[in-house]
Design a protein around this ligand. Structure first.
Ligand SMILES: O=C(O)[C@H]1O[C@H](OP(=O)(O)OP(=O)(O)OC[C@H]2O[C@@H](n3ccc(=O)[nH]c3=O)[C@H](O)[C@@H]2O)[C@H](O)[C@@H](O)[C@@H]1O
Length: 417
């Protein structure tokens, strides 16, 4: 009798020990997974760009507060500009500051294209008295801190993973910035008190495979041809939700192939210039039956006027602290030039301005997410924002080429796309 009992007791203790052992291993694995998951590192950590010690640094805080204070205009805006070291962001920040508004920039300075160009834009903004915080829109601690320091009246949200063709190489970067980042920003905005009005960059690419031109805001946008376009379209739907549930005032701007000085090296006009100057061949895509691929290229100064028009006409959000108090404004506008130009013509203009013949290779457009043409109907923006583009492609490219030659001669470098 005794023997079987002790065996049983031994078995009992042994299985308890085994249970404790495996529970510990299991809990250990869960903790390991939690601390190493991308979610925990991107959303709660501030280590990538804005370490906690910076968030508690009085000097950093006073720079944010000073930059966010309107200067001259009574009742000037207090604007948080995301993507401030980007192409459109830099121009918008400088223009707002010049007219006396308070502007705080935010940018993660990622390496999608030459970070030296982003640093040069940041220096330009420093000289214009705009402080650009290094940080990510996916960092809620940082965003909340900025809202704690400055009562932003407006958010100009331009931070995004841009580029149509790159979406095939790095799809998750589009989801991370254009969807997760946007939601994170809206979460912070909805909880702010007062809530800011939001103006953000959508894209002409939402018109996707539509064939009716010019593209109007009333047209359907359910045929995106790239993941980039799909994330911008998703952004428009997400904007609708936050407007509906929380009373956030939100305006989306569909930009049409923006170009100009301080532009993006991943865009065709920019790297065509670089390659033509280097004597390297450039590839010009064409559609079926030698169809000329065309874009409604829009000059940066015109786009900036559209952005300011949207900020100035944005109505206040109606909610506060996460609770809606009434219906709020929800808008979307095309910001284009209304005169599409074939890419081959763009190359001809560049050849004349650079005084160098391009080595052209004409190829059928691959299935890379590109669309055959874009063309904006801008009558809504004209009516509501006073938007009126005035720069044709020839004039705009002349200004771009002058900037390009000056910038890359001065810095002694060529663009590293
Ligand atoms: O306005 C928009 O919606 C979009 O404009 C640009 O996208 P895209 O118009 O494709 O501008 P580029 O990448 O500069 O291409 C311009 C044209 O050049 C053509 N291209 C591009 C590259 C190349 O090697 N060869 C070539 O012929 C493209 O097919 C396109 O027709 C931006 O990259 C997007 O971020 C923006 O949202």
């Amino acid at each position: 009798m005794d023997k079987p009992l002790s065996v049983n007791r031994f078995r009992y203790h042994f299985s308890i020990a085994r249970l404790v052992f495996w529970t510990c291993i299991f809990l250990g694995l869960i903790l390991l997974f939690f601390f190493h998951s991308p979610h925990s590192s991107s959303s709660s950590s501030t280590s990538d760009s804005a370490p906690r010690r910076i968030l508690a640094d009085p000097d950093w805080e006073s720079r944010v507060i000073k930059s966010g204070k309107p200067r001259s205009r009574a009742g000037g805006l207090r604007v948080l500009v995301t993507g401030a070291a980007g192409f459109v962001g830099t121009h918008v920040c400088a223009t707002l500051r010049r007219r006396g508004d308070g502007v705080v920039g935010l940018d993660n300075f990622n390496a999608y294209y030459d970070p030296a160009l982003k640093q040069a834009r940041r220096s330009l903004l420093e000289r214009a008295d705009v402080f650009v915080v290094k940080g990510d829109i996916n960092n809620p601690t940082l965003l909340s801190k900025l809202f704690e320091l400055v009562q932003f009246t407006h958010v100009m949200h331009l931070a995004a993973q841009a580029g149509v063709r790159y979406a095939m190489k790095n799809p998750s970067s589009y989801v991370h910035s254009n969807i997760a980042g946007f939601v994170n920003l809206l979460e912070v905005c909805k909880s702010a008190n007062p809530q800011p009005a939001i103006v953000w960059a959508s894209s002409s690419s939402v018109y996707g495979l539509n064939t009716k031109v010019p593209f109007s805001e009333k047209d359907r946008t359910d045929k995106p041809s790239s993941l980039y376009a799909a994330t911008k379209k998703a952004g428009e739907e997400i904007a609708h939700t936050y407007n509906h549930i929380y009373g956030l005032s939100i305006t989306g701007l569909r930009f049409f192939t923006v170009y100009g000085p301080w532009g993006r090296p991943d865009m065709a006009y920019f790297f065509f210039t670089k390659d033509i100057l280097k004597g390297k061949p450039i590839t010009i895509f064409e559609g079926p039956d030698h169809f000329s691929v065309a874009r409604d290229f829009t000059y940066i100064d015109d786009i900036v006027k559209g952005c300011l028009g949207a900020l100035d006409t944005a109505k206040k959000s109606t909610g506060s602290g996460g609770v809606k108090k009434g219906p709020a404004q929800l808008r979307v506008f095309n910001l284009g030039n209304t005169s599409p130009v074939p890419v081959s013509k763009l190359v001809n203009i560049l050849e004349k301005l650079l005084k160098v013949k391009a080595k052209k290779i004409v190829l059928p457009m691959p299935a890379n997410g590109d669309v055959l043409f874009t063309h904006a109907n801008i009558s809504l923006a004209q009516r509501e924002l006073g938007y009126k583009p005035t720069t044709d492609l020839q004039t705009g490219l002349k200004k771009f080429v002058r900037w390009y030659l000056n910038f890359y001669t001065r810095t002694g470098k060529t663009s590293n796309v």
